[in-house]
Design a protein around this ligand. Structure first.
Ligand SMILES: Cc1cc2nc3c(=O)[nH]c(=O)nc-3n(C[C@H](O)[C@H](O)[C@H](O)COP(=O)(O)OP(=O)(O)OC[C@H]3O[C@@H](n4cnc5c(N)ncnc54)[C@H](O)[C@@H]3O)c2cc1C
Length: 381
């Protein structure tokens, strides 16, 4: 057994950490206040090669797989969850959906500009009546000669307004249930493909979340990802990987919350001594450190399984479920340790508390992860 990261992975971590400390964390407050991740920051990430970190080298990426992506995600989230979420929409679910669903020709065509960060990706599955249950989606795609015509509306799409290429899921055969869903790559600027409402959110306010409207959107036939009817499989395979990256987000956010809590506890005095001297505070720090160790172990073991080509759906669901629920406890303890200051908008821990909450909701709620896990346990033991 070898639990060490490779030299290359350590170098990526060091680079991502330095970038986060120098360029990302100092902007976190303004990203929150302006509800926007600056385009220049994304360009810097592209220059560092981060946009294609998990994309295979054959398609212009760094080929560092899910483990490499999780390392970068963990580090970025320590500095700014909104930036990491925007990055994740591109790398973790946007580009990944093309990688897992596309033919060789499609991957060779679409992935290199995504790896270079010239084209950002997004993933559009959710609709107003189809969140946990994608089979209920109303968006349709109909074949017309050598084109597909898409109609419908997608909601809650992270970075949908800045993406150059969005993977859109649509019904191609209503009678076939989940086997009647197909995935399409839709370039920004295609006539009829427009950005609608932008959500005002509780947290991750710098990460844009928008409605995408499709009105008679025509894409060439070869923009169908993989085979007709494979859309549900493409979505699930993508989310298996996406959920690991969310685990890494939880790890980064939780580490930052613990660091802030530790610093505050050592500085703040009550009853004539630092509150860190109180066992009640020490136990909160100890519980958070323990949960972070568990998240770290789950994320990187499951990422290793993914990169080794082993089945990892159960591990992915368990990682996302545990990491997101543990993160909620960690940021809650962080607010508690900060006392009244923890409830102030001036204090970073309050932002982390709000940013964390959605990890139990997106890319499958905790209830859906339990459903996936229970089905697997009942079927396979
Ligand atoms: C900030 C943010 C960013 C997002 N980004 C994206 C994105 O980039 N792309 C995208 O496609 N989507 C995105 N989403 C959508 C997200 O994935 C969905 O919100 C999520 O899957 C839940 O769907 P829903 O909101 O429709 O809730 P619902 O499915 O309506 O669920 C409501 C409640 O019912 C529960 N529930 C539903 N079915 C069951 C069941 N069978 N058993 C037990 N409980 C159940 C749920 O767990 C939940 O508690 C994003 C959402 C948010 C908030």
């Amino acid at each position: 057994m070898d639990f060490d990261f490779s030299e290359e992975q350590e170098m990526v971590r060091a680079m991502a950490r330095e970038f986060t400390d120098e360029a990302v964390r100092p902007l976190a407050e303004s990203i929150e206040a302006n509800h926007q991740v600056p385009g220049e920051l994304l360009e810097q990430m592209a220059e560092l090669g981060l946009m294609g970190i998990a994309i295979p080298e054959a398609y212009g990426g760094a080929g560092l797989g899910e483990t490499g992506l999780c390392i970068v995600m963990e580090e970025l989230t320590r500095g700014c969850f909104s930036t990491a979420a925007t990055y994740g929409a591109h790398t973790s679910i946007g580009a990944t959906s093309v990688e897992v669903g596309g033919s060789e020709e499609q991957k060779a065509r679409f992935l290199p500009p995504m790896a270079a960060g010239e084209v950002l990706g997004a993933f559009a599955l959710t609709e107003s009546n189809a969140g946990s249950d994608p089979a209920a989606m109303a968006t349709t795609a109909q074949r017309d000669g050598d084109q597909w015509v898409l109609n419908g509306e997608k909601i809650w799409i992270t970075a949908g307004d800045i993406a150059g290429l969005t993977t859109v899921f649509a019904v191609t055969d209503r009678e076939a249930g989940v086997k009647g869903l197909s995935a399409f790559v839709v370039p920004a600027g295609t006539p009829g493909f427009t950005v609608g409402k932008r959500e005002e959110k509780m947290g991750q306010r710098g990460s844009s979340t928008v409605t995408l409207v499709l009105e008679d959107v025509r894409v060439p036939a070869d923009h169908l990802l993989g085979a007709e009817g494979s859309g549900f499989a493409v979505a699930m395979k993508t989310l298996d990987r996406g959920r690991l990256a969310i685990g890494a987000n939880c790890l980064g956010c939780g580490r930052e919350a613990l660091a802030l809590s530790r610093a505050f506890a050592q500085e703040r005095e009550a009853f004539g001594k630092p509150i860190a001297a109180q066992q009640a505070i020490q136990w909160m720090l100890a519980d958070s450190a323990t949960e972070l160790y568990a998240i770290e172990s789950m994320v990187y073991r499951a990422a290793w399984m993914c990169d080794a080509g082993r089945p990892f759906s159960r591990e992915s669901a368990a990682t996302k479920l545990f990491a997101s629920e543990a993160l909620d406890r960690i940021v809650d303890r962080g607010v508690q340790i900060h006392g009244g200051m923890g409830y102030s908008e001036e204090c970073a821990i309050s932002r982390l508390y709000r940013d964390a909450r959605v990890t139990r909701i997106y890319e499958g709620t905790s209830e859906i992860q339990r459903l996936v896990l229970a089905r697997d346990v009942l079927k396979n033991g």
